[in-house]
Design a protein around this ligand. Structure first.
Ligand code: GSH
Length: 216
């Protein structure tokens, strides 16, 4: 088995890649990284100086691949399976990447800002930044909700990259700011995502760690 995934079961960006791996039953060795442990943190930063997971290592090609979207593209290229993550058509591929960026930058990262602030010491909070993140995330959710009617997955009938991005972004966004009743299409889409076996498995494995999520 040549693939090793450095990840944490609670990490939303890691969920995005786990979904892609489970979609195609791609064999990999899971390596949980505890960033609270100085030794593990240092070793992980030697792999990827930015120090954010997920990171995929492929010993068959001697490649270290960071960044969730890039990892999924790498899997699609070198370990393709029945679920294809990037359409062959160049225009459709660009639209898929745009939706992936939209989910990551305008929903996922804003959600992270809100949750991350809960972990800050009392004298280091950033209420202005959190308010701004809420406003940006609200606008992004409202626009996406309007694009969903008539579609099973983000781009239509084929589950792909942007759906891997959407699942954890919407799952945790829903904890921060409930999607229903304001965004009924997104709430129904999230329900479909949670029923998808690849995401259901990811969530099941994350369950023991949910107690560590900062609810307030
Ligand atoms: N753009 C990155 C974001 C990865 C990311 O933010 N990972 C978080 C966990 S969800 C992380 O590693 N946080 C630890 C830290 O920032 O020290 C990706 O798509 O992979």
């Amino acid at each position: 088995m040549s693939l090793t995934l450095y990840f944490h079961p609670l990490s939303s960006f890691c969920h995005k890649v786990l979904i892609a791996l489970y979609e195609n039953g791609t064999p990999f060795t899971p390596k949980i990284v505890n960033l609270q442990d100085e030794g593990e943190r240092t070793a992980f930063r030697e792999l990827w100086p930015i120090g954010k997971f997920p990171v995929l290592q492929d010993s068959a090609r001697d490649r270290t691949v960071p960044e969730s979207s890039i990892i999924i593209e790498y899997l699609d290229q070198h370990y393709p399976g029945k679920t294809r993550f990037i359409p062959d058509d160049a225009d459709a591929a660009r639209q898929m990447r745009l939706r992936d960026r939209y989910l990551d930058l305008h929903i996922h990262m804003q959600m992270q800002k809100i949750v991350g602030d809960r972990l800050r010491p009392a004298d280091k909070k950033d209420p202005y930044g959190v308010e701004d993140a809420r406003e940006r995330m609200t606008r992004a959710l409202a626009a996406l909700d309007g694009q969903l009617p008539g579609k099973t997955w983000i781009m239509g009938e084929a589950f792909a990259l942007a759906d891997c991005a959407a699942a954890p972004a919407l799952f945790y966004a829903n904890w921060v700011m409930p999607l229903a009743p304001a965004y009924p299409n997104l709430a129904a889409y999230l329900a479909r995502l949670k029923e998808r076996p690849s995401y259901a498995r990811t969530l099941k494995e994350a369950e023991p760690y949910f107690q560590y999520f900062p609810k307030e």
